[in-house]
Design a protein around this ligand. Structure first.
Ligand SMILES: Nc1ncnc2c1ncn2[C@@H]1O[C@H](COP(=O)(O)OP(=O)(O)OP(=O)(O)O)[C@@H](O)[C@H]1O
Length: 453
């Protein structure tokens, strides 16, 4: 048997896994593992947090074990993951308070400095669910110890999923402890415009002085810098100056740095050098919790039924969920109506036409009938034989998530059932998807197939 030292084994392992899983998984999970020692066929490793530990155990341990067996040619080799004591990502809510950035007398007296931090977007108003748990933990860790733990912190994900909110939350948490700190939120668009102006007005030096003396730079939508060579050049130097001075940098983007083709390599590699975290679309439970939180913050009584219907109807963009909420409240107020299902159905109808693709209830029904080998009359009929209940619930769920159709319309189509039956079906399928990976895969396949019809 060939014998290797632990660093060699680990190097071969990461190399092997990089061919088996995505770059983002490598960054987010595999490269977070630190091998400590090899003893009696066990590789003892540390990982930064319990959240990360269980994610790695659930998703990557079999892959890691198989690769290690192959590399070491030893079938008994095992990995044991332990939580690192320091820099834990699992920061309880009360303890994400930032460390002091500098001593009182060093605090900035620059009164003209504008932080642009939105005071309302805080950790306290951010609902945490499976889709954003890791990103939130990372943001809290950065807020607690800016410049020292994950620098830069790179948050990516689709539009309207909470990246900006999390970034402002970091800024607010730092400012709470360091009111004089220079924490600046800026969009990449503003950053670009400021450079253009500085060049035109011959004030590039002022621009550089302004950005290179910041304690925490929060820059949103960095993908906007793609193709903008001069701005990338300036940002590169700003980044280096801040990083060298141990100042915190937080960046957001709609995609992983490796997918930003028009970004200079030197920036891309710097972005992945800290911690890269993604935010996924929220599950149903989180969408409901976000709506409840919003109702609570705005002191609005919103019936459960309305909250559930909005959460089920809009599933991939929290900004749109908030938009629907605001419009329901405004419509009810202006029309002197109660916030009820009637108002909700009216507003969601408008939303639906903008959010859904051209998929019909009929397409979905036919596809599910073919798959389960059922007669259409049975699937949409009133009978309740056991073998039909589950396919019917899946079909209702897919109609709700993939089409514009309102809950009452779907209920009506499936044997004149009430909209609450559709809500029940959606909740059940959503729960099963979370509990059972293979069930989730199957539903994903249905979704992909139906979208491609
Ligand atoms: N988990 C959450 N809890 C509470 N509110 C949230 C959450 N996620 C997002 N929001 C709210 O949803 C809205 C959209 O979020 P945000 O602007 O942060 O999205 P984004 O990912 O930055 O989108 P974009 O890429 O389009 O800029 C905001 O009003 C934000 O407060």
């Amino acid at each position: 048997m060939e014998t290797f030292e632990l660093p060699q084994i680990w190097e071969r392992l990461t190399d092997k896994l990089s061919h088996a899983t995505s770059e983002s998984n490598m960054d987010m999970y595999i490269r977070q593992i630190t091998p400590l020692r090899l003893e009696n066929d066990i590789i003892y490793c540390s990982v930064p947090s319990t959240t990360l530990c269980s994610a790695i155990q659930q998703n990557f341990l079999p892959l890691i074990s198989a690769a290690l067996k192959e590399i070491t040619n030893n079938n008994n080799i095992q990995v044991e993951l332990n939580i690192k004591n320091q820099n834990s990502l699992d920061v309880p809510k009360e303890t994400y308070k930032a460390k002091s950035l500098f001593s009182e007398d060093e605090k900035s007296k620059d009164t003209s400095f504008e932080s642009n931090i939105n005071k309302k977007q805080r950790f306290e108003t951010f609902v945490v669910g499976n889709s954003n748990r890791f990103a939130t933990a990372a943001a809290q860790a950065v807020a607690k110890d800016p410049g020292n733990v994950y620098n830069p912190l790179f948050i990516y994900g689709n539009s309207g999923l909470g990246k900006t909110h999390l970034m402002h939350a970091i800024g607010n948490a730092i400012l709470e402890v360091n009111p004089g700190a220079k924490v600046k939120y800026v969009t990449s668009e503003t950053f670009t415009n400021e450079i253009i102006n500085a060049i035109q007005n011959h004030t590039v030096k002022d621009f550089q002085e302004k950005y290179r003396t910041i304690d925490c730079l929060i820059i949103d939508d960095i993908q906007f810098l793609e193709n903008k060579e001069r701005t990338q050049e300036e940002f590169f130097h700003t980044f280096n100056a801040l990083k060298e001075a141990n100042k915190q940098i937080v960046i957001s983007s709609d995609r992983h740095p490796q997918s930003m083709d028009k970004l200079e390599e030197r920036l891309r590699s710097r972005f992945v050098n800290g911690l890269t975290v993604d935010i996924q679309p929220p599950d149903l439970e989180t969408r409901i919790a976000i709506l409840r939180k919003k109702a609570e913050l705005e002191n609005i009584e919103m019936p459960n039924e309305v909250i559930q219907t909005v959460a089920i109807s809009i599933d991939n963009n929290i900004r749109m969920i908030e938009g629907a909420f605001n419009r329901i409240v405004a419509y009810a107020d202006l029309m002197h109506m109660p916030i009820d299902m009637k108002v909700t159905a009216k507003i969601l109808e408008d939303f639906g036409s903008h959010t859904r693709q051209n998929i019909t209830i009929e397409n979905i029904t036919n596809h599910i009938c073919n798959f389960f080998n059922l007669q259409k009359e049975d699937l949409i009929g009133k009978k309740r034989p056991k073998n039909i209940a589950m396919p019917r619930q899946i079909a209702m769920y897919l109609c709700r998530t993939l089409t514009d159709s309102s809950l009452p319309k779907i209920g009506q189509y499936f044997g004149g059932r009430d909209h609450t039956t559709v809500i029940h079906a959606c909740e059940k399928i959503d729960k099963l998807r979370k509990e059972d990976k293979s069930f989730d895969n199957q539903i994903q396949q249905f979704e992909e197939k139906i979208r491609s019809l």
